[in-house]
Design a binder for this molecule. Structure first.
Ligand SMILES: [Zn+2]
Length: 143
């Protein structure tokens, strides 16, 4: 009997399962928000929940980022290499699409750090959407 071969086989399977588990942990962080940066500055933040096309026109050029079914991808770009269009769909935390000629970075942000199942419970969405634009506080309130 080749008992050693069986033990070796089982060991390989166990290592494989552990690797799969670890990778699942890392890849499980489904993103919530798309952050687009141009030249290191935040150009805009967009929810992954909403299918939309984002036109980005800067001094470097034009890009169109598309959000579709909780995934973001570079739909159009007039950069010389077109490399960003081939970086595929991103949807999970820390994934990025980079358009080097346009100094543009599209990255996925995960808002809820709690693990998987509890994510829905901890939804304290105090509509923080447009707080940067709503700076129109009246100068004085007359009572
Ligand atoms: Zn590009």
């Amino acid at each position: 009997m080749k008992k050693k071969d069986i033990i070796l086989g089982i060991t390989i399977i166990i290592i494989g399962l552990i690797l799969m588990f670890v990778m699942k942990l890392y890849n499980n962080s489904q993103g919530d928000e798309v952050i687009i940066k141009v030249d290191g500055k935040i150009y805009g933040k967009y929810s992954l929940d909403k299918n939309q096309e984002i036109e980005i026109d800067t001094e470097y050029g034009h890009n169109t980022v598309c959000i579709e079914n909780r995934k973001a991808y570079m739909k159009e770009a007039d950069c010389p290499d077109g490399y960003c269009k081939h970086q595929g769909h991103i949807s999970k935390g820390n994934q990025t699409i980079v358009c080097l000629p346009h100094k543009l970075v599209v990255e996925i942000k995960v808002n809820d750090k709690s693990s998987g199942d509890n994510a829905k419970l901890g939804n304290n969405n105090v509509s923080k959407d447009n707080d940067s634009e709503d700076e129109l506080i009246p100068d004085a309130i007359v009572k």
